[in-house]
Design a protein around this ligand. Structure first.
Ligand code: CTP
Length: 401
């Protein structure tokens, strides 16, 4: 959680421990960080840039004079929330400690304004050499954070005392350093309702009509709201993704009707309601109590309209309550989104266009435009967690302190 949306540069130098950076990259990405990788030329002998660019979903930089260009080091140094140099070889440590700048990684290190962490990796004699120890001491004096070398069991072929810390330990150390950082609790004391996931409309005891919503956007919103101090009620249709956090109460529902009842019950105490669920618009007119048996010929199921939760909350809304909706559109996007904004009395609506690559149900990313009575604001393609942050930031315009 604590690494969510953090921008991390992983700097890799040429040690056999470089193979561990594949796992490290995975862990960082899984924790929600955006990772950009810089390799020293020697590091590319141990692990390929292709592997790391695939895992980090970003290009890997290794050469100052490549297409990316020399200038990039300053930009990258400013972009990062943290620079993690792992593995840091004796040579890289010496370069860092002495301001040597003969590769992209060292150039970025010298331009970085963010906290720098370094995880040394080398054999025992090199590690204990006074020159190396002096460099490590110097680096710490400069305010860099040492990620202690492992001294426990030997990984096969690697020497004990100079062994690079395990990827999990590196991630934990980073996360801990951010935990102490104070997140703005701008929603402290506020109550928020979030609807999430699909609904399942039962045809009979074994069949239902559903949709492909994963619930990930709703969970990301609930977690973002909670991290900013809100007490959250997450009303979620059937999904495998669960929200975590002390300030989130999850209510599991199946059908649109169940979701409607839970929302109408809790809405009066809420300050905020975000409707991210993909609620079925139709449900079977009747649900068979027993499994429907097949018969020759065609069959059809009669459907009736479900209740519109968002519209109902829009009607119940009192001064000071803020409601936010979602719209997934394939054509006339803005026009349709504006219609929904008015019809459902939302304060703003988050538009996903299915024409945007990477947006919508089956992706971990989303590209949104926020539409309100004053205009539109478009955002880049981002992870759903980063999108949740943008949406909650936008709430700031409407939620009274
Ligand atoms: N919504 C709801 N209850 C419903 C249906 C939709 O709360 N029964 C909410 C969704 O959570 C979302 C917004 O309303 O915030 C979506 O609007 P909607 O008109 O349902 O979008 P579509 O189903 O895509 O509508 P249409 O078929 O008109 O395009």
């Amino acid at each position: 959680m604590r690494l969510k949306n953090k921008k991390v540069i992983l700097g890799i130098s040429g040690s056999i421990a470089a193979y561990k950076t594949a796992f490290l990259t995975r862990l960082l990405v899984k924790a929600g960080a955006e990772v950009k990788i810089i390799m020293t030329p020697a590091a590319t002998d141990f692990i390929t840039p292709l592997t790391l660019s695939t895992l980090s979903k970003n290009p890997v930089y290794s050469n100052v004079s490549s297409e990316e260009g020399w200038n990039n080091h300053v930009e990258l140094g400013l972009w990062a929330d943290a620079l993690v140099i792992a593995p840091a070889t004796a040579n890289t440590l010496a370069g860092m400690a002495n301001g040597i700048c003969n590769n992209m990684l060292l150039a970025v290190y010298l331009s970085a304004r963010c906290p720098v962490f370094f995880a040394p990796a080398m054999d025992l004699d090199m590690w204990t050499h006074p020159a190396t120890q002096a460099n490590v001491a110097k680096l710490q004096e400069y305010g860099n954070h040492l990620i202690p070398v492992g001294d426990g069991e030997l990984a096969s072929g690697l020497v004990g005392a100079g062994r690079m810390a395990e990827p999990e330990d590196i991630v934990n150390m980073l996360a801990d350093s951010w935990e102490s950082e104070t997140v703005t609790k701008d929603l402290a004391g506020k109550k928020a309702l979030v609807t999430s996931g699909p609904t399942h409309e039962a045809i009979d005891p074994v069949r239902f009509i559903g949709n492909r919503s994963t619930g990930r956007m709703g969970v990301a919103l609930a977690e973002e709201l909670a991290s900013r101090g809100a007490e959250v009620i997450l009303v979620s249709g059937p999904t495998n993704i669960k929200a975590s956090g002390e300030h989130i109460t999850s209510i599991s529902v199946k059908s649109a009707q169940d979701m409607y009842e839970a929302c109408v019950q809790h809405f009066p105490e809420m300050d905020i309601a975000i409707m991210a669920a993909a609620v079925a618009d139709y449900t079977p007119k009747t649900t068979s109590a027993t499994k429907i048996k097949k018969k020759p010929g065609e069959m059809s199921i009669e459907l009736k309209r479900t209740k519109d939760i968002a519209q109902q909350l829009g009607k119940l809304k009192k001064t000071g309550q803020v409601t936010v909706g979602f719209a997934l559109e394939t054509h006339d996007e803005l026009k349709n989104a504006r219609k929904k904004l008015t019809k459902k009395n939302f304060d703003f609506i988050v538009l996903n266009s299915l024409n945007d690559k990477g947006a919508g149900f089956q992706h971990n990313t989303n590209k949104i435009t926020i539409v309100d009575k004053n205009g539109e604001q478009s955002y880049d393609l981002k992870s759903k967690e980063a999108v949740a942050k943008d949406i909650v930031d936008y709430l700031g315009k409407y939620v009274k302190p």
